[in-house]
Write a protein that binds this ligand. Structure first.
Ligand SMILES: NC(=O)c1ccc[n+]([C@@H]2O[C@H](COP(=O)([O-])OP(=O)(O)OC[C@H]3O[C@@H](n4cnc5c(N)ncnc54)[C@H](OP(=O)(O)O)[C@@H]3O)[C@@H](O)[C@H]2O)c1
Length: 211
């Protein structure tokens, strides 16, 4: 069982950068892939508005963690579904990678030097293909921003080293997308939490998925 680090927020920006540093036992120059999500206690990833914005509203901890992930990331990978519904634009200081089968990518993300669109010929895009394209650019700190369909494919392929998950203490109930599609399971998570930060009632977890 991994040792669990515990803390209570608020943390400063510098403390957050330390809190979210890649683990000491990981090769410092090697690639590290981090999934980043916010969910309710029952695992729903959208609020009443059908978007993640309805979940993270009012969560100072999640906003701080999100900002930390953005400072850390050299590449942010997102499914075209999330890029469309959440209105993604190019990101400051890191590459945005949009994964698509259909090629239906918002106009603002086409032909932009800081955006890489992978796929579009109707076929599934493997994580290996994305990671190769990102690696060719010398980038190795990768955040997978979702959504569930994309994250499911990456978990199924064993391509995610860790999950950074904000759990809001609310039950959504009813229907709605959850963290993973129905046919994908995370590896056994018991003993896999390495960090737990409590911040105004929200629980910010780091869970190690890879070896
Ligand atoms: N709570 C959170 O942290 C969080 C994070 C992200 C998203 N969300 C929510 O999740 C919902 C979207 O869910 P979703 O599962 O539809 O999102 P998604 O995975 O972003 O979008 C699915 C689409 O992405 C592309 N895609 C995904 N995996 C692919 C693969 N392996 N190969 C090729 N293309 C692939 C396809 O695009 P094409 O259709 O273009 O072929 C697919 O239709 C939204 O409501 C969003 O707000 C929540």
């Amino acid at each position: 069982m991994t040792a669990l680090e515990l803390a209570r927020g608020p943390l400063t920006e510098g403390e957050l950068d330390d809190w979210y540093a890649v683990p000491d036992d990981a090769d410092p120059g090697a690639r590290w892939v981090r999934g980043s999500f916010i969910a309710t206690l029952d695992g729903r990833v959208t609020g009443p508005d059908g978007l993640s914005g309805g979940l993270n509203e009012g969560s100072a901890g999640d906003h701080a963690a999100f900002g930390t992930q953005r400072r850390w990331a050299q590449a942010v990978v997102v499914g075209a579904g999330t890029a469309r519904s959440e209105g993604y634009g190019p990101l400051e200081g890191c590459l945005l990678v949009v994964v698509t089968r259909s090629g239906k990518v918002p106009e603002s993300l086409r032909d932009h030097p800081d955006v890489l669109v992978v796929g579009g010929d109707g076929d599934e895009v493997t994580p290996a293909r994305v990671l190769e394209a990102v690696g060719e650019r010398g980038l190795h700190r990768v955040v997978v921003d979702g959504g569930p369909a994309l994250f499911g494919a990456w978990v199924a392929a064993g391509a995610v080293d860790e999950l950074c998950l904000t759990v809001r203490p609310v039950i959504a109930g009813g229907e709605g997308p959850s963290l993973l599609p129905a046919d994908v399971r995370l590896p056994e998570l018991l003993g896999r939490a390495t960090h737990l930060l409590e911040w105004e009632g929200d629980l910010l977890l780091r869970l190690r998925l890879g070896a």
